[in-house]
Design a protein around this ligand. Structure first.
Ligand code: HEC
Length: 131
């Protein structure tokens, strides 16, 4: 009797807490990430210029079908960058400019991307939300 009452209480608490937990989960999957001063269209051009697509599959960029590394499909929904840093605009700009600053052992090369170009590329990658 005591147990089943506890169990009912548990069910009640779960029913109350679950929608909140699911909502939190959902908002984690699609955080709004804006890159101040970044232009996604210019970013697409910069991605072509630096041939990021030689190693990555990048949706919407002609010829970007590389298989050396992670496809960047749905990148906006990822929680981290290459498992080394939280996926924030600042970290992404750093990563694009000098990946070894965040992970000294990464195989991704430093390609000489300017600050502005990195912002533009970040704005483009944050449009990739898997839809
Ligand atoms: C020579 C191959 C190569 C090129 C060119 C390259 N990358 Fe990468 N990139 C990698 C590798 C390898 C990783 C995985 C990092 C690791 O695990 O160390 C990576 C990781 C990433 C990640 C993190 C992906 C994730 O799922 O967390 C992003 C974002 C990224 N690259 C963007 C770019 C952009 C933008 C360019 C062009 C400016 C570019 N890469 C050019 C090899 C490359």
């Amino acid at each position: 009797m005591v147990l089943s009452r506890r169990y009912r209480l548990f069910l009640l608490l779960f029913a109350l807490a679950a929608p909140g937990a699911f909502a939190a989960c959902k908002s984690k999957q699609a955080p709004p990430r804006e890159v101040a001063g970044g232009d996604a269209e210019r970013g697409r051009e910069a991605i072509k210029k630096y041939a990021c697509g030689a190693c990555h599959l990048i949706p919407g960029v002609e010829g970007a079908i590389g298989k050396e590394s992670h496809p960047l499909w749905g990148f906006a929904n990822r929680g981290d960058i290459a498992h080394v840093a939280p996926n924030t605009p600042d970290n992404l700009i750093k990563w694009i400019r000098r990946p070894t600053d965040l992970d000294p052992r990464t195989k991704m090369p430093t390609l000489g991307v300017s600050e502005q170009e990195a912002k533009d590329i970040a704005a483009y990658l944050y449009k990739l939300n898997g839809e």
